[in-house]
Design a protein around this ligand. Structure first.
Ligand code: FAD
Length: 419
């Protein structure tokens, strides 16, 4: 293997047995937030790059909107666009699903049985939602008061559950795995609580938040800022509670009580409405590939985002091994690093040490209709505020930025390689 920080482009041409049409200079896996942003930026940085994206879906989702959709703000249709309409011009869209990697030969294999060779590979297939990992979840989601904002086709039922609940217990869960948008399980809870507060139902509803984690939020300043919010809605917070089963007919959630990372006890909680943030993991085809680290994520350097073993492979977004919060906001900061390093590798044969990702993640914590705490932080959970005011404070202006401005910045800026 060559020096990790340089790459001379050896062995990148397809062999004679494979048609030339299947070779691309830049091959991107996934047409989600990371894949489209990377393609759009590469187009701006290089002269006529040959880029192809392998993406099986006909639609592209702006997933952060699902929290609002679940809370009845915006129709869920607004969260999606046709893939063909957001694909950057002159980027080939291969509508297929990658099933295997052959990084020593610079080849990926798809479900249709086609092999694609590349000079440089960007891996951005997102995170896998493991609905089957909790007995009782996959078969009952969308019925019997069990709901989740973690799927486009489930968000309407979340809204229905919030609207229908007039008394009893509303239970919100957070898993013991990595998952996308660390704040979303709480955001939907605060929005639900605010809705019940406004309708007067909150008097008769017990809101309970269970998390497998040991703190309400990883950034101490934000965890502290959330305390008055939790108090305002009278939320019962139960930490180190890991949902392990749902008895849907009895409306009972079964938990492991955790200590030092191990279950030490079991507990059942009755509910009337259950909002589940499901366990998630790296996509199976990544886990089972030579690209994976010991936990299954694409094994990249946390600052350069270059693969630790294969220098012509990069990853951004939720599938990468970088220990940041898995958010679209992180992708926005990762994309210039990946594309800057790729452009440098392509032109100079080495990555540019000026392109460094510091672990930036952002979590706009919606704490009610018209209220938001904007958490921004790096690998060390140190606050990295974008605005010159105290962000650990609920603000109406930040709510409107999240609701009205960010979707526009996403569709018109980020996906076009501008933001
Ligand atoms: P994705 O955008 O999920 O895209 C992955 C793409 O890869 C998909 O199009 C998929 O079809 C494709 N793919 C999968 N497998 C294969 C395969 N085998 N071959 C080819 N293609 C494949 N982020 C924020 O910044 N702020 C928020 O407020 C926020 N809120 C959120 C709320 C919810 C409810 C959810 C679900 C997410 C939220 N996020 C938020 C997270 C954000 O949406 C993700 O972090 C971001 O989309 C990750 O980008 P990605 O490119 O890694 O994955």
């Amino acid at each position: 293997m060559e020096n990790l920080r340089t790459y001379t482009g050896k062995n990148v041409k397809p062999d004679k047995a494979r048609p030339y049409a299947n070779h691309h200079q830049f091959l991107i896996i996934g047409g989600g937030t990371g894949g489209i942003t990377a393609a759009a930026q590469l187009k701006k940085k290089l002269k006529k790059p040959d880029i192809a994206i392998i993406e099986p879906s006909d639609v592209h989702y702006y997933q952060p909107m699902w929290t609002f959709n679940g809370a009845g703000v915006f129709d869920k249709e607004k969260s999606k666009k046709l893939m063909k309409d957001i694909m950057p011009n002159d980027v080939a869209w291969i509508k297929d699903y990658v099933v295997a990697f052959h990084p020593e030969q610079n080849i990926v294999e798809t479900e249709c049985g086609t092999f694609y060779s590349y000079e440089f590979l960007v891996v951005a297939p997102g995170i896998q939602v493991d609905w089957d990992a909790i007995p009782g979840l996959a078969e009952n989601i969308g019925t019997k008061g069990i709901c989740s904002i973690y799927a486009y086709n489930q968000v309407d039922y979340v809204h229905e559950c919030i609207h229908m609940l007039k008394e009893g217990r509303a239970l919100f869960t957070q898993p013991n795995t990595k998952f996308k948008c660390g704040g979303a399980p709480q955001k939907i809870m605060y929005l639900s609580s605010d809705s019940w507060k406004n309708s007067g139902a909150l008097h008769d509803i017990d809101v309970t938040f269970t998390s497998a984690g040991s703190v309400i939020f990883g950034v101490p300043e934000i965890a502290e800022a959330l305390q008055p919010v939790i108090k305002r809605y009278g939320i019962d917070v139960k930490l180190l509670h890991n949902l392990k089963e749902i008895k849907a007919d009895e409306k009972i959630a079964v938990y492991d009580i955790m200590k030092d990372g191990k279950p030490v006890d079991e507990m059942e909680i009755e509910y009337d409405m259950l909002h589940v943030t499901p366990p998630m993991s790296s996509p199976d085809f990544i886990k089972n590939s030579p690209l994976a680290d010991s936990e299954g994520w694409v094994d990249v350097d946390k600052h350069s985002l270059q693969h630790k073993k294969y220098p012509n492979i990069f990853s951004l977004g939720d599938a990468g091994s970088t220990p940041n919060a898995k958010t679209g906001a992180a992708v926005r900061k990762q994309a210039p690093v990946v594309t800057g390093n790729l452009a440098s590798l392509q032109k100079e044969g080495k990555i540019d040490e000026n392109f460094i990702y510091d672990g930036y993640g952002s979590c706009p914590l919606i704490t009610g209709y018209n209220k938001l705490i904007l958490a921004e932080f790096d690998y060390e959970n140190k606050m990295t505020p974008s605005f010159p005011f105290n962000q650990a404070k609920e603000r109406r202006s930040m709510y409107h930025m999240k609701k009205d401005l960010l979707p526009m910045i996403y569709w018109q800026g980020m996906l076009k390689g501008r933001a």
